[in-house]
Design a binder for this molecule. Structure first.
Ligand code: NAP
Length: 484
């Protein structure tokens, strides 16, 4: 535990297994770095394969009791966890800024969003419905009940260190499952703080186990090859997701995968440009551009392209950049390799003829900072249009017809979210239907909502999180043929 990292918060740095905070079996620890200063802020226990087995043992020991706990009681514990998170939102946000770098306002937004998953699933816990139908023959009834799927392995990324954890833990616990959470190594502290809150809220020992580890491949394999584990819920890159799907296939484990994105943002010629620029700014710059939902490619219809680009560049250029704990709009990127990748993508686009409307460079200061950037005239085969940027850069491409916009937008292996701006609702809805993505923001730059089914198509993933659908992912349906 650390007492001086964030005033007013005791920050756990150990593994959390079976309700106990403990060292890794070999005593190993790894560093957590503050991206604004590149200095080490904490050393966290580095879970081993033996610790992974201990997590499954603990989750199994707690499984029967938790599945039998009345849904109302499970819901009340989640509700209490929501309240505790909101009571402590300022210190939790500060902790997140320290390990992730994001601006405090983004961190505070994430803590509230993360807590909402506990509130939403506290309410969903008591609304798990089955079904009774009459067989077409009339001879019997078809009864369908929903049961907890069993022990779940949850793996989360560094860009939303709290919300990606609560978006999985909330529905799993509501459904009656026990879990093992493997948070990203860049940002394990927020997940450990959430685990401490869950314990305080009354989650019984072993229901939630947290296993920070730099040996992510080995610990994930240990858990996934254990016959007691029935579910994998992963949020992260498509590349790692593919590998985990192959591993899960050996034991036919149910998988929910929230993978990479390459979101198009389409501005039609009849759009309200105030709304479109504000939406584009949000869709691009929430979390400093480090979001799977970030607008990666801006397609703007020719008559409004110049005006849209000018206004967007003006607003992006005015964003204040600096350490997330200061009064800034944009913090640093998470690490050196993210910074290098963003710089490389911009260099490649510029080498192919793109014009830098604002930004395009790294500020001269310590930390992993990159200036908010708008590029216009981006060549169609620039890497920046096909790879996830994960940084504060907006490439703008001009198009002429709606058909061309749809074709350009769908020209990607990803399909998480798309954004469309138009005053003509019918035109916007037609385009929403034609876009190959699991979600569409129509005249909105943010789609994330705990009450909505979040997820992608194509190589952006499988399954949905949030909404009613989110809890179903942690259940099995059982059909009973009944005659009476
Ligand atoms: P990542 O490299 O795929 O890592 C995600 C998680 O997987 C981390 O906990 C990581 O642990 C773990 N991991 C890495 N290699 C593994 C392996 N071989 N076996 C098991 N686990 C492994 O992704 P990231 O860089 O943290 O996150 C960015 C990506 O997440 C982006 O592509 C983004 O689009 C995606 N994302 C998607 C959503 C969505 O809902 N669709 C939401 C947020 C982010 P370590 O940190 O210890 O390596």
């Amino acid at each position: 535990m650390l007492d001086d990292l964030v005033a007013g918060l005791t920050v756990p740095t150990d593994l959390f297994i079976g309700g106990r905070w403990r060292d890794a079996e070999d005593g190993g620890r790894f560093d957590v770095i503050d991206p604004a200063t590149t200095r080490t802020i904490a050393q966290v226990a580095n879970g081993t394969v033996a610790d992974a087995r201990a997590c499954v043992d603990a989750a199994e020991k707690a499984a029967t009791g938790w599945a039998a706990t009345p849904p109302r009681q499970r819901g009340e514990i989640l509700r209490r966890a929501f309240e505790l998170m909101i009571e402590r939102e300022d210190v939790l946000a500060e902790l997140m800024v320290r390990e992730n770098g994001k601006a405090r306002r983004d961190a505070l937004g994430e803590i509230r969003y993360a807590a909402e998953f506990f509130r939403w699933f506290a309410e969903e816990a008591v609304r798990l419905t089955g079904e009774v139908r009459t067989a077409p023959s009339g001879a019997n009834q078809i009864m369908v009940i929903r049961q907890p799927i069993g022990i779940a392995l949850l793996i989360t990324p560094w860009n939303f260190p709290a919300a990606m954890a609560t978006r999985k833990i909330g529905p799993a616990l509501a459904a009656g499952c026990t879990v093992i959470l493997k948070p990203a190594s860049e940002t394990p502290l927020s997940a450990l703080a959430v685990a401490a809150i869950l314990a305080e809220a009354g989650v019984p020992d072993g229901v939630v186990n947290v296993l920070p580890s730099r040996r992510s491949g080995a610990v994930a394999e240990t858990v996934l090859t254990d016959p007691r584990v029935r579910k994998l819920s992963f949020t992260g890159s498509t590349e790692v997701g593919r590998g985990l799907l192959k591993l899960a296939a050996d034991r036919v484990i149910s998988c929910s995968m929230e993978l990479g994105g390459n979101a198009p943002l389409v501005v039609l010629d009849d759009a309200d440009l105030d709304v479109a620029v504000e939406g584009a700014l949000l869709a691009k710059m929430r979390n400093g551009g480090e979001a799977c939902t970030a607008a990666n490619r801006m397609y703007v219809q020719r008559p409004v392209a110049e005006e849209f680009t000018r206004r967007l560049a003006e607003q992006m250029g005015a964003l204040t950049v600096g350490p997330g704990l200061e009064d800034v709009a944009v913090g640093p990127l998470v690490n050196q390799s993210s910074l290098d990748k963003v710089a490389e993508l911009v260099e490649d686009a510029v080498a192919q003829g793109a014009h830098v409307a604002t930004g395009g460079s790294r500020p001269d200061r310590e930390g992993y900072f990159y200036a908010p950037t708008v590029l216009s005239g981006v060549a169609p085969d620039s890497r920046i249009l096909s790879e996830e940027i994960f940084g504060p850069v907006a490439p703008v491409v001009v198009f002429d017809t709606d058909e061309e916009a749809v074709e350009l937008a769908n020209r990607t292996e990803y399909g998480l979210v798309s954004y469309v701006f138009t005053r003509d609702l019918a035109r916007g809805l037609r385009m929403s239907e034609a876009l190959e993505s699991g979600m569409v923001g129509l005249n909105r730059g943010v789609v994330s909502d705990p009450a909505a089914p979040f997820g992608g198509v194509k190589q952006s993933g499988l399954g949905r999180e949030g909404g009613h659908e989110g809890m179903l992912e942690y259940t099995e349906s059982k059909y009973v043929a009944v005659q009476w």
